[in-house]
Design a binder for this molecule. Sequence first.
Ligand SMILES: Cc1cc2nc3c(=O)[nH]c(=O)nc-3n(C[C@H](O)[C@H](O)[C@H](O)COP(=O)(O)OP(=O)(O)OC[C@H]3O[C@@H](n4cnc5c(N)ncnc54)[C@H](O)[C@@H]3O)c2cc1C
Length: 389
Amino acid sequence: MTLFDDWRRRSPYYDETHQAVAESVRRFVEREISPNIDAWEDARQLPRDLHRKAADAGILGLGYPEEYGGHSQGFDIFHSLTQSEELARPGAGGLTASLMTHGIGLPPVLAMGSDEMKRRIAPAVLAGDKIIALGITEPSGGSDVANLNTRAERVGNKYVVNGSKMFITSGMRADYVTLAVRTGGAGMAGISLLLIEADMPGFTRTPLEKMGWHCSDTAALYFDNVEVPPENLIGPENAGFMGIMQNFNGERLGMAHGACAFARVCLEEAIAYAKDRQTFGKPLVGHQSIRIKLADMERQIWATQAWVDQCAWQVRQGKARPADFAMLKVQATRMLEAVAREAAQVLGGASYLKGAKIERIYREVRVNAIGGGSEEIMLDLAGRQLYGK
Ligand SMILES: Cc1cc2nc3c(=O)[nH]c(=O)nc-3n(C[C@H](O)[C@H](O)[C@H](O)COP(=O)(O)OP(=O)(O)OC[C@H]3O[C@@H](n4cnc5c(N)ncnc54)[C@H](O)[C@@H]3O)c2cc1C
């Protein structure tokens, strides 16, 4: 164990079964990911083969039902958190975003889809043979989900989809897209979820270049009279909004936990550098102001991790409130922003060089504060739920 993970040993939520998951995922990361991550960042995408290898290692299926090829017996939410923490070790957020996109694309299918759809889609996704993405955000905006514009008209025995989506993770490589569409009138009561298949005529996409998450392909999706059979409707017509909202809770908890993990990567790098680098005749860590910086980083990580773990425990106990996930995500991404900044200060010029983990994490802070719900929207949502009535 290192500074990166020894905190789990002192937490009431983790035991030796979580440590076993950590060690198994770490071996996979060291073998399959760390030697290649820089090349994948340059290539702007992950190889498909990685999905299959991750499935074989039990990573894609952790926490999903056994009947679809997942592994859920004996696992709880803390095993999933442990896994994503280990996946964060290479310090590349795009890896988790893209390799684990099924974490946002598949849950609506499993929660609301027909048995036929679940049997058709889930095993192939959890085996790493197919990639599924989630398409909610539109060029006109992602915050105001209830007012999305992509339309699915019922024409004869088909839905005909027209519109576009923006910033869709794994959008270029996706075989399936869980797509939010308007099937009814204005507002949240007119939204449904439809499963789009990549080979449907009229569905096209273009890649988007980004500040960070380089190994995660991100796309704009276009739908021009795409005909979708009614059996691809996920859940009842016009009942999609609730599915979208429930999905956000897990995504926000995962992002908050990821922020703690990336902050720990920053801290670990900063400590190692501070012990090694000599200035004014002693190691950096010999200067009081640097030690204070390091302790201040650790303080913020601990406070946030404690809240992440408490929210995860509330999920396990069925006591979770959406407002907590929203506020937690803001707390975690602001914490990461502060820690990444201070770690960069400790490394000085070395933090600014391509290839440094901190250089990459520093760039990725922004997407964490926006994706999955921006700070303003998160705090407004919490405020309305807690005090608005
Ligand atoms: C790399 C990346 C990957 C992504 N992956 C996906 C994905 O896989 N699937 C998907 O559906 N989406 C995805 N997104 C989209 C993401 O969820 C949206 O960017 C986010 O929800 C914000 O939407 P927007 O960018 O359209 O900003 P807008 O909604 O246009 O808002 C712009 C700014 O104004 C603020 N704002 C908006 N309304 C208010 C208000 N009422 N009061 C105060 N402030 C307000 C917002 O907080 C934001 O800061 C991704 C985004 C990125 C950058």
